[in-house]
Ligand binder design. Structure first.
Ligand code: UD1
Length: 281
């Protein structure tokens, strides 16, 4: 898109959304707008319900009023909670351990209800696993303000000397080295997953479908740190601490459904994710 055409609207500002949809005809929407810090959501639940849920309801209402009924929504693997087994398949039972997770869960349900009420709607819910890395251009990546909650931005900040060490939350899990296992996915693969989802919406009779976007591979915290050290040539000092409340032990995706139905598969592994993350640190 031409950057001149970019505009920024708060989804809670319904008149502004109305104006946008009145001035431009959209075929489909990819909805990524949302707050995502777990800790903050516990402190400020109403902010999360207001921003994530009311924003989405406004968007769906305005889309519907303007006959734009194709949606790709960014959900999260957080909806699997602490899964009883892995890999997580899309039909696993869902739960949420905090207000942020509940907003993802509720929005998934809202989308299902909207689609059921009107079969002109076509919706794809994408459950992201752990997005990391950056576009090789350096224009897209993660460099959060304040203290990062997530592993990779924290490791980056240690590498550039902004923080003295990484705190490892627990080394007594039943995993190969005792640290938590996650499915890290390169942001470029994640972006491609959205294109694949859009293609599916345009080309088929989808009603409301959900797909995992992950690599299908689990990586421990210590493996991630080692990969980052290799890519950066810097040592990351570690302090081992207790488990972080609400953390699951092992979470990784089954990617079969996305491979089969979206014709999409992640191309990159942690050795490609770490150099990209480093440049932004
Ligand atoms: C977290 C959120 C999840 C959200 C996702 C977005 C929690 C409990 N969960 O998932 O809801 O959808 O981010 O990307 O916050 N770790 C450390 N030290 C750190 C940071 C993390 O050891 O300073 C460990 C964690 O214990 C975990 C792994 O690194 O085992 C990944 O953590 P993180 O990047 O925060 O992602 P999730 O916990 O999977």
């Amino acid at each position: 898109m031409d950057p001149e055409q970019l505009c920024f609207i708060d989804l809670r500002d319904k008149p502004a959304l109305e104006k946008l949809f009145s001035s431009t005809k959209f075929d489909a929407v990819i909805h990524f707008a949302g707050l995502k810090a777990v800790g903050e959501s516990v402190q400020k639940p109403l902010l999360y319900y207001n921003n994530n849920i009311i924003g989405t309801v406004n968007l769906l209402e305005v889309m519907s009023a303007h006959g734009c009924k194709m949606l790709v929504f960014s959900s999260s693997a957080t909806v699997y909670g602490w899964p009883e087994e892995v890999p997580c398949t899309e039909d696993f039972p869902l739960s949420a351990a905090n207000p942020y997770g509940r907003t993802k869960l509720f929005i998934e349900e809202i989308c299902r209800d909207v689609q059921k009420s009107d079969d002109e709607w076509k919706v794809i819910l994408l459950r992201y696993f752990n997005p990391v890395g950056a576009h090789p251009s350096g224009h897209i990546g993660e460099d959060p303000r304040g203290v990062p909650n997530n592993l990779m931005p924290y490791v980056q900040q240690v590498a550039v000397g902004r923080r003295p060490h990484l705190t490892v939350y627990g080394n007594d899990y039943k995993t190969k080295d005792g640290t938590g296992v996650r499915d890290y996915i390169h942001v470029v693969d994640l972006a491609d997953g959205h294109i694949a989802a859009l293609k599916k919406l345009f080309d088929s009779k989808t009603a409301c479908e959900v797909y995992n976007l992950g690599t299908g591979k689990g990586t421990t915290v210590l493996e991630m740190v080692a990969a980052f050290e290799k890519a950066s040539g810097k040592q990351i000092p570690l302090v081992i601490a207790g488990r972080r409340p609400g953390d699951a032990e092992t979470v990784y995706a089954s990617t079969e459904k996305a491979e089969r139905e979206l014709n999409w598969k992640a191309k990159y592994g942690i050795d490609e994710m770490c150099p990209g993350s480093m440049e932004l640190g």
